[in-house]
Design a protein around this ligand. Structure first.
Ligand SMILES: NC(=O)C1=CN([C@@H]2O[C@H](COP(=O)(O)OP(=O)(O)OC[C@H]3O[C@@H](n4cnc5c(N)ncnc54)[C@H](OP(=O)(O)O)[C@@H]3O)[C@@H](O)[C@H]2O)[C@@H](O)CC1
Ligand SMILES: Nc1ncnc2c1ncn2[C@@H]1O[C@H](COP(=O)(O)OP(=O)(O)O)[C@@H](O)[C@H]1O
Ligand SMILES: [K+]
Length: 462
């Protein structure tokens, strides 16, 4: 079974080399990759003709293997070869196929075997147009390994116009582009073909669904975890985060409202003054600070005070603009920060983590802050000190509505109060609850609507 590791191009090349050193040949790997891809294409083709566009490298070589396997199963297969094969394995695969390429074709399934991880630059205009015209002339489009025209490591799309695929068949291991914006938008469904690549402890991972536990039979509200949410001048965000936290597993949630919060749920305990008294409660298992905090001097002082308590803490929103290294000095307790792209930028500036790509920056900030960094967005990615990044599979794009970040912060803080996993595991639990709740909420929900779906999301993860 293939693992969920995500490899860079150079890690993939090293993995391929390790297999060759262990006695495989590039041709046997190509045979396995091509046969695995052909299986998927066979299923989606359902008897329709298949057109394969083959490039000069080993991605093209995979295409010739696919052509041979599908033709042997009786499908009509047409190969378009703007280049002759340049690698020994690709040349051997073309010979073994033994057919004659055609100039063009239409109808049925289009398979892109033009370039894979060896793409070195954007496609020229002629190739870009040819690729797009072929894709448009077929009913279904499949990319083998990755769509041609994207950078595997950064997820950058190198051409202005590229096809959108129905299916992408990753070979050997996931690449970052499969799960990172903007390239991931081209992929359609994603499937992974195992070719025997070994597990790499230094590799990034695609997050796997966690399993949560129900409360113990003898649980009481404090044993399940008391969370204090420290709000500020915009109390609505704190109420939203606290409301999510009440459904995320913690037994007791208290909101310190910096300002009059207006209507609050009857089961939410709101404290109006005496923050020092509230935080002196030894039963507090975790803190959340940031949603609605504001960015005033008073907010800065409140944040410094909260972090100074040295309790397991989630920092979100405004707190990420106010956070400085001195506030973290001497802290021993876990810290989880949940920046969106703008807040990640702000943290980068404050902590001198600039000029890096997203994956590097998330890891770098995790080290600098000695914290779990949950970099939110359509391609949410998590970093923790000394650990490769973990990438969440995409969530509902309906989450792109105001306040859903407060819900996520509340959920992660709630898991932190429960405290049954490592800080990274806890952050992942929160992300999965959020993602499941969004899936169950369907279309066009508000952040408030999302709250109603958290219990069922919890049920899915039990
Ligand atoms: N790793 C594994 O274990 C396995 C990997 N396998 C497969 O191999 C794939 C990687 O193969 P690969 O390294 O040969 O690269 P690939 O993407 O076919 O293209 C490189 C060629 O394209 C050329 N070229 C590049 N950009 C260009 C452009 N814009 N416009 C025009 N030309 C351009 C470049 O030449 P250049 O001009 O840059 O010198 C070179 O000739 C991988 O994705 C997977 O499908 C499996 O078969 C088995 C196991
Ligand atoms: N297009 C999208 N697809 C999937 N998830 C998204 C998308 N846009 C935003 N999200 C998620 O929604 C949440 C938004 O959080 P944030 O930007 O902090 O919003 P707010 O500050 O309004 O609460 C994050 O969890 C983010 O990962
Ligand atoms: K391809």
């Amino acid at each position: 079974m293939a693992s969920n590791q995500i490899l860079t191009v150079s890690q993939m090349q090293a993995a391929e080399q390790a297999l060759v050193d262990a006695g495989e040949t590039v041709s046997t790997l190509m045979e396995r990759a091509g046969a695995g891809a052909a299986d998927w294409i066979w299923r989606v083709a359902a008897g329709r003709a298949v057109t394969i566009l083959c490039g000069p490298g080993n991605n093209g070589g995979d295409g010739y293997v696919i052509a041979r396997v599908l033709a042997a199963r009786g499908l009509t297969v047409r190969v378009i070869a703007p280049f002759s094969p340049k690698t020994p394995a690709a040349r051997a695969a073309r010979e073994a196929w033994g057919g004659e390429p055609v100039e063009t074709a239409k109808g049925g399934v289009f398979v892109d075997c033009l370039f894979g991880s060896g793409l070195a630059r954007a496609l020229d205009q002629v190739l870009e147009t040819r690729l797009c015209e072929l894709a448009a002339a077929h009913d279904l489009c499949v990319a083998v390994d990755v769509p041609s025209g994207i950078d595997c490591d950064s997820g950058e799309v190198l051409n202005d116009t590229l096809p959108i695929y129905d299916l992408t068949i990753a070979l050997g291991a996931w690449k970052f582009a499969h799960w990172m914006m903007p390239a991931m938008q081209l992929m359609g469904e994603r499937r992974l073909v195992d070719i025997g690549v070994a597990f790499d402890w230094d590799a990034a991972q695609l997050a796997e669904r966690p399993v949560l536990s129900p409360p113990e039979a003898d649980a009481h509200k404090y044993s399940r975890g008391l969370l204090a949410v420290v709000g500020g001048e915009m109390p609505g965000a704190g109420v939203l985060a606290a409301s999510a936290a009440m459904r995320g597993g913690a037994g007791y949630v208290k909101l310190y409202a910096g300002a009059e919060p207006g209507l609050v749920p009857p089961d939410l305990v709101v404290v109006h003054d005496g923050l020092d008294e509230l935080l002196a409660d030894e039963r507090i298992a975790a803190l959340l600070v940031g949603p609605g905090l504001g960015r005033s001097e008073e907010a800065r002082a409140r944040l410094a005070f909260v972090l100074g308590c040295d309790l397991p803490t989630v920092c979100d929103a405004d707190a990420l603009h106010l956070l400085t290294a001195d506030m973290l000095e001497g802290r021993l307790s876990p810290l989880i920060v949940t920046p969106h792209a703008g807040e990640l930028d702000a943290l980068g500036h404050t902590f001198g983590s600039v000029g890096l790509d997203r994956v590097e920056q998330v890891s770098d900030l995790a080290e600098a802050l000695e914290a779990v960094v949950v970099a939110k967005g359509p391609d949410t990615m998590l970093g923790a000190p000394g650990t490769p990044v973990v990438v969440m599979p995409p969530a509902s794009a309906w989450l792109s509505t105001a306040g859903t970040g407060d819900v996520l912060a509340g959920l992660i803080a709630s898991r932190l109060a429960v405290g049954m996993d490592s800080p990274l595991g806890i952050a992942l639990e929160g992300c999965w609850l959020h993602r499941e709740a969004a899936r169950l909420a369907g279309p066009a929900f508000s952040a408030g609507d999302l709250l109603d779906h958290i219990p069922d999301a919890y049920g899915v993860l039990l």
